[in-house]
Design a protein around this ligand. Structure first.
Ligand code: YRO
Length: 312
């Protein structure tokens, strides 16, 4: 029997579960085209702000032995560019385009969601909740009253399919509290995890941080965060309504990593650091490796093992 890698999220079909993680290889039409031309099952656009941004000073990304650190500062071509790309590709593309949004205020989030609502785009929209909506306050996702505010207001008018990108949580009580809130909304999915915030990587030779912005503080990705990512995927799958899908993101470099995310309950799996290092050819390797893992185990479809982590 042939092995099938098809998956779906909120009624949207994907030929395979693999996508780029928002922010990686998705800021320009050329990069987005390259992901769509690869073996990826779909593409997510760089989180958009209403106006274009240059982002932080360089160096702002550094690949490391076991992952990466970044403080990009949301460099992006602006909302209009990504909405146009997503609309232009929704008929022709063989792989879905997910539109990621990241307002720097509640008003920006709601304005962009209104523009999507009024547009012809019918695909998935992902709201990145890792932005501080008020400078000096915690990022929205770490302020549950702020999460409630943005979702309350968004679902007053937004009737398309909306997912949210979440940072890692480290305490199980946080999952309990936030799940009770998220389960009140018709969310399409949650994407776990964004980078692990505010790590610091130092070069002992130069006695300096390896990235320049924020005194060297930046989001950590890659192998460093894989156990945290798997725990977040699993914790969300155990708590969220079954109508809410899950995208697993964090530490994916091999087909076995993809398999583990799916086992924890992910419907789709995204690749950040390893895509930045290896380029879009990684998607052919990952689909081949995932297929090989499934063949060894006698699995023919993702549903054969998805969410079926065996706990002793
Ligand atoms: O620096 C970024 O553009 C960035 N990097 C990440 O690892 N995750 C993100 O969500 C973002 C964009 C949002 C923010 C961290 C700049 C507020």
């Amino acid at each position: 029997m042939p092995i099938k890698l098809t998956s779906s999220l909120a009624g949207v079909a994907f030929a395979n579960p693999l996508l780029n993680a928002a922010g990686v290889h998705c800021a320009t039409p050329t990069e987005l085209d390259e992901v769509l031309a690869s073996a990826a099952g779909g593409v997510v656009t760089k989180s958009a702000t209403p106006a274009p941004r240059d982002g932080n000073v360089r160096p702002r990304f550094q690949a490391l032995l076991l992952g990466s650190i970044n403080s990009m500062g949301l460099p992006n071509q602006g909302f209009d560019a990504y909405l146009a790309y997503a609309c232009a590709h929704q008929q022709t593309a063989t792989a879905p385009v997910i539109l990621s949004l990241a307002g720097l205020s509640l008003a920006d989030d709601l304005a962009m969601l209104r523009w999507v609502q009024e547009s012809d785009f019918t695909g998935l929209v992902e709201l990145n909740l890792s932005c501080p909506n008020v400078p000096g306050k915690p990022q929205v996702a770490y302020d549950f009253a702020a999460v409630t505010r943005v979702l309350d207001q968004a679902f007053q008018f937004f009737t398309k399919r909306l997912g949210i990108k979440l940072p890692p949580y480290l305490d199980l009580a946080q999952f309990d509290a936030l799940a009770a809130i998220l389960n009140r909304y018709p969310l399409a999915y949650v994407n776990a995890i964004n980078s692990l915030g505010n790590g610091l990587v130092i070069d002992p030779l130069t006695e300096r941080p390896v990235i320049r912005p924020k005194g060297g503080f930046g989001g950590i990705g890659g192998a460093y965060v894989k156990p945290t990512a798997l725990a977040n995927v699993r914790a969300w799958r155990q708590r969220l309504n079954s109508t809410i899908g899950i995208i697993g993101t964090g530490g994916v470099r091999t087909g076995t990593d993809v398999f583990e995310h799916l086992l924890c309950g992910a419907d789709l799996v995204q690749v950040g650091t390893a895509l930045a290092t290896e380029g879009p050819a990684i998607f052919a390797r990952l689909t081949r490796e995932l297929t090989a893992v499934m063949a060894t185990k006698g699995y023919q479809t993702l549903a054969d093992f998805q969410g079926k982590l065996q706990v002793r």
